[in-house]
Design a protein around this ligand. Sequence first.
Ligand code: ADP
Ligand code: ASP
Ligand code: MG
Length: 456
Amino acid sequence: MIVLKFGGTSVKDQEAIERLGEIVRAAAPNAVVVVSALAGVTDRLLAVANAAGAGNADDALVILEELRERHYAVADVVKNPILNRHVVEAIALEYDALVETVNALVTLRETSPRWTDAIAAAGELISSRIVAAALSSRGIDAEWVDARSAVVTDNDFTCATPDMAATAEATRALCEPLLAAGRVPVLGGFVGATPDGMTTTLGRGGSDFSGALIGASLGADEIQIWTDVDGMLTADPRIIPDAQVVPYLSFAEASELAHFGAKVLHPATILPAVAKNIPVRILNSKKPSAIGTLITGERSTGAPASGVTAIASKSGITVLNITSTRMVMAHGFLRRLFEVFEINKTAVDVVTTSEASVSVTVDDRRRLPMIIDALSEFAEVSSEDDMAIVCAVGDALPSNAAAAGEILGALNDVPLRMVSQAASRRNVTIVLRSEDLHRALARLHERFVTAGSTVL
Ligand code: ADP
Ligand code: ASP
Ligand code: MG
């Protein structure tokens, strides 16, 4: 059995859903389909939640009507008149509920993460209903499954953590009888619910994670991530247009790349796949016959000669410089420091230390003011915004003493803020100013991918 997850661009309009239909037909009946919201819809729903919370009813309702019309238009892909009527009714009910929620929030003049999730989840709940009906209408026996009954999470709204065991049990109970009857379950990604039934979401880009969770729950043979690029590329194609497909990756490489900015894969996707040793394949829904990227426990072929498999990057990073108010770093200082991040549930990506100070990078800025306040109780803190991370990844890097030197050498005149390489890690990570990201990435890509250095 295969889980096929389709991202926003792969369900964005009628044509995309027709392509999806052909891809699912080739895999059915032993298939489970997980879909994102139509491209751009989640952004718009979040704008609705913000406008409603600000008391701006008109803006919120105008966006809702625009989205309602878009979904009705896309639902015309469902040609069977009875199925079409059912899906249009379901869309109408979702939007009526959204209008009610907006009116309540406008009156309260506030929105909370909980209400934001209730609104944002509608994107996947509706797209999955449309896709289920579109498949059935094309003669593929599909059934919509409410992801809120399958994916069980904690109540950390907007970035909830799934309970793997409860999710496995619920997903199996819902999907196995359908699969046994030769039917294709269709679920919305990104969405879950707490054990007491409150709607949650798994964080932006979380549909990949849903696909992997559902695949692991059902013991899938493969988890396929269908998207708008040919696979994991050697660098972000929006910055490096001639980035190439990486045909094979290990789980460890894919995790590092996703964590350090390769948006094609949500960073948590690999965890459930590793737990059950399920291969993950990234494929292009516009070019279904292209080979894509296969991600497995052990890479299926040798590492590239340069030692660098791919280079991830992300910008919009903040660097915090935290200096002990004593002359040297007292013992216990690091524990106190990291406790602040733990209490504020904020991940730190890169860390460097010197005699009396520590620098860390933070991607998620939501709790930054609280973090700086808490750190200031025992340290001096300064922050630098508009920073970026470049991360060269390769399974062969840890065994290659020259790699870090070559990577830094290639960046000779680019000012670097932090550099990190651990003996056993598969990456060399560099923090620099966002304005230098393009040339740094271009330089590394040219040297290690296009020209293929002989570091090894
Ligand atoms: P989906 O909606 O299918 O989930 P996303 O937009 O989340 O798609 O992810 C695909 C996008 O990720 C690509 O269009 C590309 O711009 C971006 N991306 C960034 N880094 C990489 C990379 N290393 N390889 C492939 N795509 C990448
Ligand atoms: N629709 C959600 C988002 O835009 C989840 C996803 O597409 O993976 O973040
Ligand atoms: Mg995505």
